[in-house]
Design a protein around this ligand. Sequence first.
Ligand code: NDP
Length: 514
Amino acid sequence: MATVETKPSDAPRAAELLRNLKSKDGVYLMYIDGEWAAASDGGTRDLINPANGEVFAKVAEGTKEDAERAIRAAHRAFYEGSWGDSLALDRARLLFRLAEKIDEHAAELSRIETLNNGKPLRETEYDMADAANCFRYYAGLATKPGGETFDVPAASQTFVVREPIGVCGQIIPWNYPLLMAAWKLAPALAAGNVCILKPSELTPLTALRLATWIEELEFPKGVVNIVVGAGPVVGHTIAASDLVDKVAFTGGTKTGRAIMQAATGNLKKISLELGGKSPNIVFADADFNTAVDYALFGIFANAGQVCSAGSRLLVEESIADKFVNAVVERAKKIKVGDGFDPSAEMGPLISRAHEERVEGYIKAGVAEGATLACGGKRLPGELGEKGNFIEPTVFTHTKPDMKIVQEEIFGPVLVVQTFADEKEAVKLANDTIYGLAGAVFTNDVAKAHRVIRKLRAGITWINTYHPTYNEAPWGGYKQSGIGRELGTYGYEAYTEVKQINVNLAVEPSGWFSS
Ligand code: NDP
């Protein structure tokens, strides 16, 4: 196992890095109703660097009352304020400016993200550019044509307009903190909604930095509120509130189910982007080196903490030994280390609790009889003692009903399955409760298309893994979610559809006798 040793001097001093966030008495504040706020009960939470276990900052820990205050502010901003009637062009201008701010401050933001989330700088740098582009994409979309007209069998003109849904609660996870904030805020604001965003309590900092520009650019008060706090408190309050018109969530399937249940009170609209156990299918005729490369990228990017990770590698039997050996040899060489170290290729897991959860799955895999081909342990030395580092791990000789094959591990753990032919590949690929993503590697173009069309999944690739774009819809089949984010689909998910019928012959109908 190659590792990167971290010197204390590698990490920037957190206080210096976070100097542009708003704080009071050493506590970073939330943004509610256009003001910076401590928690109503003064509560705080320690933020921990996943690479070394050190507390590097304190942030306000919002309460139910804080969430309710933010909801009321958003409600006022939409139903009594001007945002709902604002010009698309004005909203677009603000979103373009936000994108510029992210670009201008990309170095600062990516460092905050690496400090808070742990992932290597090369990943957070990519995420920041992606987040800026997301705001830019929706800024552009805000002013594009959106309605429809219909020819109807009467002297009437019927047309359709899209209008904002209203108050949107948005609950996001820790694996792509600023990018997930962008995926939620950009389409919602472009369409004229108001937002209460709840970042993960583990990784709130880049969203709070974003709020400094929301203030500076003079978004009207209450249009964007960022409330930090525990999911079952702040997140649940948002999901259950009768004043919230829509809740959008990205995270685990279990939490998604709880949010869906909480949302039934006022039948609010819901969008859920949940977990996956996505198959990466490699046929014997694939370009060998490309398929090996993407098998690694599919699972070990962001240490496997990706909803669409290629966590099941399905390999055709005839090449399985050679292919898996190549994957294992390269997995052993991945440089695991502190995200600030430029040579680190894979960072830590988000928290000690999550690391233990992943270790639990590794133990379960061994206990169920799968073969541990590499990894499976916490990193040796200081990195592993202080940080949440797990070695890149590959299991072979699995069975379809094993826990490690069926459940989302959300860590650097790849499970290998083998198949005899195309039919079996498709059967195995679809054999989980999830349907988020999937890929096929083959040089047979017809086979690639046949297999992709059989996958019960919303995001798919041929001869690649992971690249997706703001322009295209993102979301899953089966228990991987409800609805789509990104692209025009993501925009439409933040709109209501209204039909308008205009009588072109203004005279009494004569239906009732006069
Ligand atoms: P969660 O799904 O629980 O967390 C995601 C967000 O939901 C966080 O902001 C969290 O708040 C919030 N939340 C938690 N409980 C509730 C609730 N009852 N009502 C409203 N909001 C709530 O993810 P975890 O961090 O607990 O991870 C558990 C598993 O979920 C992972 O191991 C992984 O399998 C999966 N996951 C999937 C993700 C994806 O991208 N699809 C992303 C993250 C996790 P809080 O700040 O308190 O955590």
